[in-house]
Design a protein around this ligand. Structure first.
Ligand SMILES: Nc1ncnc2c1ncn2[C@@H]1O[C@H](COP(=O)(O)OP(=O)(O)OP(=O)(O)O)[C@@H](O)[C@H]1O
Ligand SMILES: [Mg+2]
Length: 230
């Protein structure tokens, strides 16, 4: 469950037509398991690209990426999807719930056709209770508010006990109050479950609630600070 992340001189270049765009430049980082980390930076600085690589949804162009002892940057596609399934829970700004499935079915959806060593339904129901949705198990996403839909997405991300929760602007579609509640919930779950938490956000106030703030500009880390506990 405890798996540190190590990025060593990781770069990403996108090629569109004849033009090359280097979006991440020699990123070197060590993220301790269990840490809560905010990635901040202006639009286009490379935050989502970095999160997608850490989440194994994209690959670096050069450099390496280790999850624990495993060199993820050199894995084959099949191995990558296993890593994603076993170790990563992703939360998106747009929730990405399946509209035709109930709340409970959405939370169970990553486990479809998978064998796991715990009771799937018990786990899904207890996670939904934990995020405050026990009275909504059989509703469709369209019958829920934005904040409630994001709670479903959080429960779904946690279903397989991931080592890391990655969230790309998870509060971006929510009003300030609901956004704060969702962030507090993520931080509580980060403590309770012992999983690491990486959140991409534009909001410095939210970022300051995390253990560590990493600022990216033009694909480079320009600051990396730990929260000072008073
Ligand atoms: N699949 C892609 N193909 C080509 N260029 C891409 C691709 N994905 C991202 N980019 C480019 O990489 C740069 C960084 O994009 P990225 O989405 O990582 O920024 P961001 O920091 O998340 O921005 P925002 O705050 O607006 O979400 C941008 O210039 C973008 O156009
Ligand atoms: Mg982005």
């Amino acid at each position: 469950m405890s798996i540190p992340i190590t990025l060593d001189r990781l770069s990403k270049t996108f090629q569109t037509g004849g033009t090359k765009n280097q979006v991440l430049k020699d990123i070197t980082l060590k993220l301790r398991s269990g840490e809560s980390i905010a990635i901040v930076g202006t639009s286009g600085s490379g935050k989502s690209t970095l999160l997608s690589i850490i989440g194994t949804l994209d690959r670096p162009t050069s450099g390496s990426f280790f999850l624990g002892e495993r060199d993820v940057s050199r894995m084959k596609t099949g191995e990558l999807s296993e890593v994603r399934f076993n170790d990563i829970g992703f939360i998106f700004q747009q929730y990405h719930l399946v509209a035709s499935l109930t709340v409970l079915e959405n939370v169970l959806s990553p486990l479809l056709m998978r064998k796991v060593d715990f009771n799937k339904k018990e786990r899904a129901v207890s996670l939904l209770e934990r995020v405050g949705l026990k009275d909504h198990l059989h509703k469709l996403p369209s019958q829920l508010s934005g904040g409630q839909q994001q709670r479903v997405a959080i429960a779904r991300a946690l279903i397989n006990h991931p080592a890391w929760i990655l969230a790309d602007e998870p509060t971006g579609n929510l009003d300030t109050g609901t956004g704060e509640t969702i962030l507090s919930l993520l931080l509580e779950l980060n403590e309770e479950a012992g999983c690491g938490l990486i959140i991409v956000t534009h909001d410095m106030q939210l970022a300051k609630k995390m253990d560590r703030q990493i600022q990216i500009q033009d694909g480079e880390i320009i600051s990396d600070e730990r929260r000072t506990t008073v």
